[in-house]
Write a protein of this length. Structure first.
Length: 131
């Protein structure tokens, strides 16, 4: 799974502009999270894999600074502590987690995306729960 990180000026309407640019191309946003950090805003989103390239080009053409990252998708029980157990694996292996997002809940299971500094080692750490 690929995730897009959009750097903005942290102004009112940033999310509307990003999501509007994608909507104009009929690109469905599957997951979105935004956070402000002083003068900069960070919007992290995922789209369907077949729409990824178009989403990237669309956001760039709209003037946004866009970064891409390979995310791993895991399937875990939807219960308190399940994410903590996964995060502990990374801590024990001294691998930095850059992001962890719940992207879907489906009954007793949840799907989460993970981005780590060392993707190959991250994949080994979660091989048993890869979706």
């Amino acid at each position: 799974m690929k995730q897009l990180t959009v750097i903005t000026a942290n102004e009112p309407g940033d999310i509307a502009e990003v999501s509007g640019a994608l909507a104009a191309q009929e690109i469905n946003v599957e997951d979105i999270e935004a956070d402000g950090h002083g003068r900069r805003g960070v919007i992290v989103l995922t789209v369907a894999l077949d729409a990824y390239d178009l989403a990237f080009r669309t956001l760039r053409a709209a003037g946004f600074q866009v970064l891409t990252e390979d995310a791993l998708v895991i399937r875990i029980e939807d219960r308190p502590g399940a994410l903590a157990e996964i995060a502990a694996r990374f801590k024990e292996a001294s691998v930095n987690l850059r992001s962890m997002h719940i992207i879907r809940r489906d009954g007793a299971v949840s799907f989460a995306s993970i981005v780590a500094d060392d993707r190959a080692l991250a994949e080994e750490l979660v091989r048993d729960v890869l979706a």
